[in-house]
Ligand binder design. Structure first.
Ligand SMILES: NC(=O)c1ccc[n+]([C@@H]2O[C@H](COP(=O)([O-])OP(=O)(O)OC[C@H]3O[C@@H](n4cnc5c(N)ncnc54)[C@H](O)[C@@H]3O)[C@@H](O)[C@H]2O)c1
Ligand SMILES: [Zn+2]
Ligand SMILES: [Zn+2]
Length: 361
């Protein structure tokens, strides 16, 4: 089968080849034929080393497809079922899972660094990003990584729910629990930032400020729910105009850099919430004064994978979409083929694109 492989961290080109095969399906595994998969900034960050991953690596973690085979112990799905891939399968047994934080489960993260489920023609092992690797025509994942959704959810909508939507909408609904009538600022308006904006709109925020240096993103941000959109240079004026200088109830960082985390911190009001959604590098240190940390009373929150329990939230976000509350069409800037992935990665680096969705044959 065909797949897009990163041979070494730092390479800017993927090797798109058709001699890739899969490891046998284990008793608790599911084999999925990928039907749609998105290009998320985290894929780019795996290529550059910002997010550490083993190589050779098949990228892609935002995807959906059809179950083609299940191991003998699997009862959650059966061949023919439509599933969204979870890039953070939860073991459902560890303290974190049982304690209600399945998005922090480490079991399969650790396993993904030693167990690769792909093989090349010469028999060598290839890893899958976050243990999945959806930039392949088929993948093998633990059963907890394949979540059933209704058959009438389109493949591209299902793929978006696999990362960007769940991360962004979940950050607003699950992490911040945005209150009706509140004020929200969102720094970074890529696919994930736009999903945060949608989550804030669904929650009934009265003011939603979108911040992005690219003017092309402002229009899209307004389309999905932002009430105002500005460049970083215009932020001080917006802060004065919209909050009388006091700051926003919630400020989301959706870029993944220390500099933007620091500026997002400045956007929150005293006692407000600062939610880090962007995925930054291990050595990119954030500087916030000890004085500010205590006396401003702000809450610094992290939101990994929208703090979702994907068993509930994937079907829930699909319902929000079906009911017209979640606009997924506006999140897609192009539909492409697997062979276009090198161009897609280059376009994402350029910043102008939103979600580019690979549709498989
Ligand atoms: N928390 C999670 O679980 C999770 C999941 C998925 C992605 N992410 C991370 O979220 C971040 C966003 O992902 P994406 O796919 O939306 O990325 P993207 O590349 O599509 O969008 C990033 C946006 O940030 C904007 N930007 C750049 N510099 C800025 C600045 N100084 N101020 C404001 N905006 C700025 C860019 O113009 C772009 O529109 C990435 O770091 C990604 O790795 C986190
Ligand atoms: Zn992602
Ligand atoms: Zn667990």
């Amino acid at each position: 089968m065909r797949a897009a492989i990163l041979h070494a961290v730092g390479n800017d080109k993927l090797d798109i080849r058709d001699d890739v095969t899969l490891a046998p399906v284990g008793p608790a595994d599911v084999r999925v034929r990928i039907r749609a998969t998105g290009v998320c900034h985290s894929d780019l960050s795996a290529m550059t080393g910002v997010l550490p991953q083993p190589v050779p690596l098949i990228l892609g973690h935002e995807g959906a497809g059809e179950v083609v085979e299940v191991g003998e112990h699997v009862t959650s799905v059966k061949p023919g079922d439509h599933v969204v891939i979870s890039w953070r399968p939860a073991c459902q047994e560890c303290d974190l899972c049982v304690g209600g934080q399945p998005f922090l489960c480490m079991k399969y993260v650790i396993e993904s660094f030693s167990k690769g489920n792909f093989r090349l023609g010469d028999g060598s092992t290839v890893f899958g990003m976050a243990g999945c690797g959806t930039w392949a025509e088929e993948i093998v994942v633990p059963w907890q990584g394949a979540i059933k959704i209704d058959d009438d959810v389109s493949w591209e909508a299902a793929a978006l729910i696999g990362c960007g939507i769940t991360t962004g909408v979940g950050a607003a609904l699950n992490t911040a629990k945005v209150r009706p009538g509140s004020t929200v600022a969102v720094v970074g308006c890529g696919g994930v930032g736009l999903a945060v904006i949608q989550g804030a709109r669904i929650s009934g925020a009265r003011t939603i400020l979108a911040v992005d240096p690219l003017a092309s993103k402002h229009e899209l941000a307004r389309k999905v729910g932002a009430t105002h959109a500005v460049t970083p240079e215009q932020v001080p004026d917006a802060l004065n105009e919209l909050t009388a200088g006091g700051g926003f109830d919630y400020a989301f960082e959706v870029v993944g850099k220390s500099a933007t985390i620091q500026s997002t911190w400045q956007l929150a009001r005293q006692g407000g919430d600062v939610i880090v959604v962007g995925a930054g590098a291990m050595d990119d240190m954030v500087s916030i004064s000890a004085f500010s940390l205590l006396f401003e009373g702000k809450n610094l929150l992290s939101s990994l994978y929208g703090e979702a329990d994907v068993r509930h939230d994937f079907p829930y976000f699909a319902k929000l979409h079906k009911s017209g509350l979640l606009d997924l069409e506006s999140m897609i800037s192009s539909r492409i083929r697997l062979t276009d992935l090198n161009d897609a990665v280059a376009a994402l680096k350029g910043g102008e694109v939103l979600r580019q969705i690979v549709l498989m044959d």
